[in-house]
Design a binder for this molecule. Sequence first.
Ligand SMILES: [Zn+2]
Length: 339
Amino acid sequence: MVTLLKSPKSMHLPIIDMHCDMLSYLCVVPGANPYSKDDIACAIPWLISGGVRMQVMAIYTDVRPESMKLASRQAAIFSKLLKENPVDLAFANQTFLSDWNKQNQVGIIASVENAAGLGNESASWQEIYAQLDSIIAQVGKLAYISLTHHTENRFGGGNYTDGIGLKVDGKKLLDYIAGKQIPIDLSHTSDLLAEGILNHIDTQKLDIPVIASHSNFRSIWNHRRNLTDEFAKEIINRNGIVGVNFLRAFLDTDVPERLFEHILHGFKVGAEKNICFGADFFYTKNFGDPSRIPFYFPLAENAGKYNSILESLESDLSENQLKGLAFENALNFYQNLWS
Ligand SMILES: [Zn+2]
């Protein structure tokens, strides 16, 4: 019998993923369990089987009066998750990253998706600063902060609020996070907010790295959640990273293989050292909009799929490019940031 051996180029590469919503799932869904593979596509068993070595877990809230309380609860859930699962999980800090090749656990690190979690619409600045400091104290380190989500808040305009840019409070928050080794995320900004953030960083000479944690490319699929080439190039020029999103709505609602085109487009616009994964797995069972089902195509339906996605790209990308995409670009970014 002849056994055909597959090219081992990308087999079993370790993975860094820049975005999932495990924490809000554990916070709001009754009976939620981080090991439930049926409930959430980034459940710990999926992360382990997919070879994920670093997973960013977002502290997500929408804009509402209780947003700060919800964010604090998720920060506590993050540290509890680490404490209760020491065999499977580790804290993805700079020590973890510097011993990268020795790691065999899933490194996790928190981020803030929507600064409503730092300050609701009526919070004082004293409360906002205290909330950010207390979240950092709880989770150890933040992989990034996104000022908005889909809607508008006191800091600026989200993806679906065209024409609303960076507000005075947004500037003030940027001034506060400058120099704290916390990247700002453009994945949930309106275009005008992205522009405002970049301009404010430049005119005030703020030390704030810029990334897009979970966004695709608008020139491949025209959606407001995706980046224009112009913003992608801004991130690349600032040595940031761009995490490719697996959600069907942001890839192409009908063509699964468009995922590969988004990735290859990233290389085409110059993101060879910047592109990474930002799959965006979340709890989908309480989601109102039926047109979003299925949320993911089978080829990218859970965190076990990264290496098969890399295999599909073997004829288009070199070994080093695949490594960059799998983990090296994001690893270099955080090693530089935190060293
Ligand atoms: Zn998101």
